[in-house]
Design a protein around this ligand. Structure first.
Ligand SMILES: Nc1ncnc2c1ncn2[C@@H]1O[C@H](COP(=O)(O)OP(=O)(O)OP(=O)(O)O)[C@@H](O)[C@H]1O
Length: 308
């Protein structure tokens, strides 16, 4: 079956002359949850905005379920729901009116039963008459999602759905997104959080400086990115790593006072215990030891470095 969303050779240069996207190619499969990961300014919002017709692309084509977003804009756009980063709701409008109004904007006939289902699914039904201003932060986010679903889209974009929300709300959001997928909605979310991609996505794309540098299914990506580091503060600095340790991927800090061992998270504990034994046997003593997970920032740096 053809992809539900097909992005081909899309570039964007803003009026300032800044190129935010470079020849992006991406196909989203029907019914998947796709996480687009990238650091600030990578181009995630620009890409989503192009697909949603908010920003004009400089080149390339985008089709949604076969509809070209230029030639067939209304058909393409009506298949898409967008939950932007910022809240865009009228503070003094009720939940019910907000969602119905949004549906009307897409030219869809009133369907109170459908709107009720959306509100119930998002645990907003008992708030249907409440004004948006009276809702908690979490409810406002859910209202944004209800709005985006009001016209029965087949593809839902969630731009940073859990930025700045607490852990509990984040979990609720994840559960809700999974339910939507069960209903057949294809979901594309952008995030800074590796955990979010890990918890939710079937596939993950990494965008950096306007380029998609990797698209992979989650299991493989987590295998690649799930790295840990063991950092050892040495009692006495070394001038070089002795040859006997060449089987371990060790790095020595420039001052010789710190040894770092990076290993794959997924593999069977790869030799941390034997490394420590070997260090002791080799007379290398350390006064402190610490484990760290590699941060997303480092993962990007590594990915980008590998690219160059
Ligand atoms: N209207 C604009 N004019 C000029 N440059 C812009 C415009 N909008 C965005 N940019 C630039 O394009 C780049 C990509 O921005 P974009 O918002 O797409 O990134 P992002 O990956 O969504 O980042 P964030 O996670 O911070 O939202 C940034 O460097 C940004 O400054």
């Amino acid at each position: 079956m053809p992809s539900i969303l097909s992005i081909s050779g899309v570039s964007k240069t803003y009026a300032t002359g800044f190129t935010a996207l470079k020849e992006v190619n991406l196909d989203i499969e029907r019914g998947e949850i796709f996480a687009l990961l990238g650091p600030n300014g990578a181009g995630k919002t620009t890409l989503i905005s192009i697909v949603c017709g908010i920003v004009n692309r400089s080149s390339g084509t985008v089709t949604v379920d076969g509809h070209d977003i230029n030639r067939d804009y209304r058909a393409a756009r009506s298949l898409i729901g967008l939950v932007p980063q910022e809240l865009t709701i009228d503070a003094f409008e009720s939940v019910w009116a907000t969602v119905n109004y949004s549906r009307g904007l897409f030219g869809k006939p009133a369907n109170p039963a459908f709107v009720e289902k959306v509100l119930r699914d998002l645990s907003l039904w008992d708030k249907k008459d409440a004004k948006a201003i009276t809702l908690s932060g979490g409810m406002k986010r859910r209202l944004m999602i209800a709005k985006a679903l009001s016209h029965e889209p087949r593809v839902l974009f969630l731009d940073e759905p859990t930025a700045g929300v607490d852990v509990e709300l984040r979990q609720d959001m994840w559960a809700m997104v999974r339910r939507l997928r069960e209903d057949g909605v294809t979901i594309i979310l952008t995030t800074h959080y590796i955990e979010e991609a890990e918890a939710m996505a079937d596939r993950v794309g990494v965008i950096n400086r306007g380029e998609i540098i990797l698209v992979e299914n989650k299991a493989e990506l987590m295998h690649k990115l799930g790295r840990k580091r063991l950092v050892m503060e040495l009692r006495s600095p070394l001038t070089a790593i002795p040859d006997t340790f060449s089987r371990y991927a060790l790095e020595l800090s420039p001052d010789g006072g710190q040894l770092t061992y990076t290993y794959d998270n997924q593999a069977e504990r790869p030799g941390v215990a034997s490394l420590i034994r070997d260090l002791e046997a080799g007379g290398i003593q350390f006064r402190d030891i610490d484990t760290q997970n590699s941060s997303l920032e480092e993962i990007f740096v590594n990915l980008v470095r590998r690219e160059q």
